[in-house]
Design a binder for this molecule. Structure first.
Ligand code: KIV
Ligand code: ZN
Length: 389
């Protein structure tokens, strides 16, 4: 039995493994080390560093990060083949805490066309590799690839054998992002009800975002009893990406009272880690992305701007400071009201007697109609022009 407080959600970061898989160019060892350090400051519980059997460069990077970065459990990925498991065991040998993550497909589609094996044969292969992995560490994670499209009785069969062989975490991937939340939650509930030894392992989920449901599916799975979420910073990953780590972390923090769960994520590290990942991976963050997009704390309509100046939480459900952003932004456009102009001029050091608000506002609207966004230097010029009349 795993003794953990039931309301702690373990955050498993796979930016360096599943995230890196999606990049056009591989990261250098130095870049991986920088990201690993930053992700450890973020407070993740487990960090998946790579796939050591895939190349000597990956092996080397995993080994160096495992040796030098402290804090999270250091994990590496292995197909359920002995050579992969041994490569993980060796690459992780310098880590203070290590986990081997091994996987094999469970869906009829993958078994028939990719592996050309029966469920029983694939399960036997998984069992052998889990037992081998346990010779290197007592922390072994097993994933049933394409679990989202696996009949529940097949999934229960493979999971039960994996736990009996020594897997301490069972990960349920929605590898192709196909499920919808109630269906994915149903898989977790069914495993909890039908697998007799399920309490001996922590249940984890790993959702891809092909239908834009990775975060919703992960949250539904946690509600059904999963206690580890696999995710990446900015949601980068194969195709449409993985579950976004910062979204899960901020949902759980912002709605903690309602949900009753918590993570160990250091929220104030979120923004700078997101920017670092974006820069190093050369993957821009969508402007309106939840939590870390450039517009996440920017207000444009006059009604909203007026609201946040009166009370920030009228239109902000979390503060920018809570994720490490210095302040929100009020975009000055033709939709901005007089109140905001007065506020901005005061921030710039103008007192009310220094200018005539109605006139500056009339000129501001004309300028905003012409150029879209108005900046501080534009306001300064408008006030100066007025003083010359
Ligand atoms: O998406 C997936 O199925 C994976 C596994 C290797 C966990 O990334
Ligand atoms: Zn994946």
């Amino acid at each position: 039995m795993i003794a953990v407080p039931d309301n702690k959600i373990w955050m498993f970061d796979t930016t360096l493994r599943d995230g890196e898989q999606a990049l056009r160019a591989s990261l250098t060892k130095k870049q991986k080390l920088q990201l690993a350090q930053a992700i450890s400051y973020l407070g993740v519980d487990i960090m998946e560093l790579g796939f050591p059997a895939s190349s000597p460069g990956d092996f080397d990077a995993v080994a160096e990060i495992a040796r030098t970065v402290k804090g999270p459990i250091m994990c590496a990925l292995a197909r359920a083949v002995p050579a992969d498991v041994r490569a993980c065991g060796e690459a992780l040998s310098g880590a203070e805490k290590s986990r081997i993550h091994t996987f094999i497909a469970s869906s009829p589609l993958h078994l028939q066309y990719k592996l050309r094996k029966t469920l029983e044969q694939a399960t036997e292969q998984a069992v052998n590799c889990i037992e081998l992995a346990r010779q290197y560490t007592d922390d072994v994670e097993f994933s049933c690839e394409d679990a989202g499209r696996t009949p529940i009785e097949d999934l229960c069969y493979m999971v039960e054998h994996a736990i009996a062989a020594g897997a301490t975490t069972i990960n349920i991937p929605d590898t192709v992002g196909y499920t919808v939340p109630d269906e994915f939650a149903g898989i977790i509930s069914a495993l909890k009800q039908r697998v007799p030894n399920i309490e001996q392992a922590r249940l984890s989920v790993h959702c891809h975002n092909d239908l834009g449901l990775a975060v919703a599916n992960s949250m539904a799975a946690v509600a059904a009893g999963a206690r580890q979420v696999e995710a990446t910073v900015n949601g980068i990953g194969e195709r449409a990406g993985n579950c976004s780590l910062e979204e899960i972390a901020m949902i759980i923090k912002t709605r903690e009272e309602h949900l009753g769960w918590h993570t160990a994520i250091q929220h104030k590290e979120i923004f700078r880690t997101s920017r670092l990942v974006s820069q190093v991976c050369n993957m821009p963050v969508q402007q309106n992305k939840a939590i870390v997009g450039a517009n996440a704390f920017a207000h444009s309509s006059g009604i909203h701007q007026d609201g946040v100046l009166k009370a920030q939480n009228t239109y902000e459900i979390m503060t920018p400071e809570s994720i490490g952003v210095r302040a929100n932004e009020l975009n000055l456009t033709s939709r901005s009201g007089k109140h905001v102009i007065k506020h901005r001029l005061a921030e710039m050091g103008y007192r009310e007697g220094d200018y005539h608000l109605q006139e500056v506002y009339t000129d501001f609207l004309a300028l905003a109609d012409q150029k879209g966004q108005v900046f501080d230097y534009d306001l300064e010029a408008l006030v100066f022009a007025q003083s010359l009349q």
